[in-house]
Design a protein. Structure first.
Lengths: 92, 146
């Protein structure tokens, strides 16, 4: 099925300057794999060399962090939105 | 290239830092990127600081808040253009921690020094480069008064 992936500002240069990319997927993992297949330059910005999501990259299925769902195996449906949000933190 | 912000919104983010003193405040700047590489802030979204373990010198915005803000911004035809936070009794200058935790390349990081409860200086910094080469550069901050 086709679902939407929201691309955050810093990653749009690697996604054809798009803020929303449609991908075909059955799971969140499929969605990210297909996203990177469409836009290979995204790979190193999303994943470390061991193939895992970089620690500061948060992936949400609608309003839920996939870490607390089934991670890559989290199933998706037609109206779902996958959001990629790098973390925001800092301090003195 | 500059970060343009209406006076009322500039005051709002500074006052947020005064309200949370002696803790750090944080929030999101929503607006538009222009073709010249500048940014115009349309909305300031106050966020909670999830670093309740160390709020006087650390901030973190919940990703779930970011997801909601990003989605609502896109629906409104806007974008996340930057973030702001405060430095209680500390200069309005990015720290090593600020840089290490900055990942939104192309966005502005606005910092306000709050001295003894009062907002003093507000500076903006632009995050450039990729994760391995990232750096923060001084960015012009234009406050637009009506």
């Amino acid at each position: 099925m086709s679902i939407k992936v929201l691309i955050p500002t810093p990653l749009r240069p690697y996604a054809g300057k798009q803020s929303i990319v449609e991908v075909t997927a059955q799971t969140v993992g499929d969605a990210l794999s297909n996203l990177v297949a469409q836009h290979p330059d995204l790979r190193k910005h999303l994943f470390s060399e061991d193939g895992k999501l970089r620690s500061f990259v948060n992936v949400y299925l609608n309003d839920e962090d996939i870490r607390y769902l089934s991670k890559d195996a989290t199933p998706v449906k037609e109206t779902d939105i996958v959001s990629i949000v790098p973390s925001v933190a800092g301090g003195i | 290239m500059a970060l343009k912000i209406p006076g009322a919104l500039f005051d709002q983010l500074r006052q947020h830092g005064e309200a949370t003193y002696p803790h750090e405040c944080c929030g999101v700047l929503v607006g538009e990127f222009d073709e010249a590489g500048g940014k115009a802030v349309k909305t300031v979204v106050q966020c909670g600081n999830t670093r309740t373990d160390s709020p006087a010198n650390r901030y973190h915005i919940s990703p779930s808040e970011l997801v909601r803000i990003q989605r609502e911004a896109l629906l409104a035809g806007h974008d996340i253009v930057g973030f702001y936070h405060s430095h209680p009794d500390h200069p309005a200058k990015w720290s090593a921690t600020d840089l290490a935790e900055a990942h939104w390349t192309g966005c502005s990081y606005v910092i306000t020094s709050i001295e003894k409860g009062r907002a003093v200086l507000t500076n903006s910094f632009l995050l450039l480069g990729q994760e391995e080469t990232k750096h923060l550069e001084d960015e012009a901050l234009e406050v637009i008064e009506k």
